[in-house]
Design a protein around this ligand. Structure first.
Ligand SMILES: [Zn+2]
Length: 215
């Protein structure tokens, strides 16, 4: 009988180890995806240069964190006059204008923007914007957005992560794959959503799929 007790004890310890080491998969923990197409954020001064003195952006669609997609679009211009038309403006206005493109866009424009978090523009790529009333040349402001996950503090507690933490996100659908170097961004105004650009989405063949957070 002692032998049986020993076997039971070993079985119990093994089961406990497995429970602790295996990442228990829960579909409710999957991360919804938002695919960001190329877009621009504008300063007050640049809104006026592009659209006219005293011009106010018109709201088309509410986004999280008090942001919105505006009805207005601009044309962005890179080197050798290579341009992309109908690039959406996002509001509200910011202190400094910012142009977010995918790497494929950058190649088309003849630019080499760095991968950065929104707002981190020092030394980023130059670009020009054309609106119905004028042209703005930015000495810096063009970036490829670094992938990130927006979440509220309650989500952060549930996943056991904190603001600025870097995680991985796995996709089993589409072509499948793992995104490394994904930054967590926690704020009261955020709802749970991972933001990737069109190149990243196309690379893994994902659309309205959900990802699995891996620490
Ligand atoms: Zn975002």
């Amino acid at each position: 009988m002692q032998e049986q007790q020993l076997v039971d004890e070993i079985a119990r310890l093994v089961a406990e180890q497995l429970k602790n080491s295996v990442d228990v998969y829960n579909p409710a923990d999957e991360i919804p995806i938002g695919i960001s197409a190329r877009h621009v954020h504008l300063s007050r001064e640049d809104v006026e240069t592009l659209f006219g003195k005293g011009y106010q952006l018109n709201k088309k669609k509410e986004l999280m964190g008090g942001q919105f997609a505006a009805q207005e679009c601009v044309t962005i211009v890179g080197t050798k006059l290579r341009a992309i038309e109908n690039v959406r403006v996002l509001g509200p206005e910011r202190i400094q204008s910012q142009v977010e493109v995918a790497k494929t866009d950058a190649i088309r424009l003849g630019l080499n923007p760095p991968v950065r978090q929104s707002g981190d523009l020092a030394g980023s790529a130059p670009i020009a914007m054309v609106g119905p009333k004028g042209v703005v040349y930015l000495k810096e402001g063009c970036i490829v957005a670094k992938r990130h996950i927006h979440m509220a503090p309650a989500d952060a507690a549930r996943y056991g992560v904190k603001d600025k933490q870097v995680v991985k996100v796995r996709f089993d659908s589409g072509r499948g794959g793992v995104f490394e170097d994904v930054v967590i961004r926690v704020d009261d105004t955020f709802t749970l959503e991972m933001h990737i650009d069109t190149d990243e989405a196309n690379g893994l063949g994902i659309g309205k799929d959900k990802g699995i957070l891996i620490k």
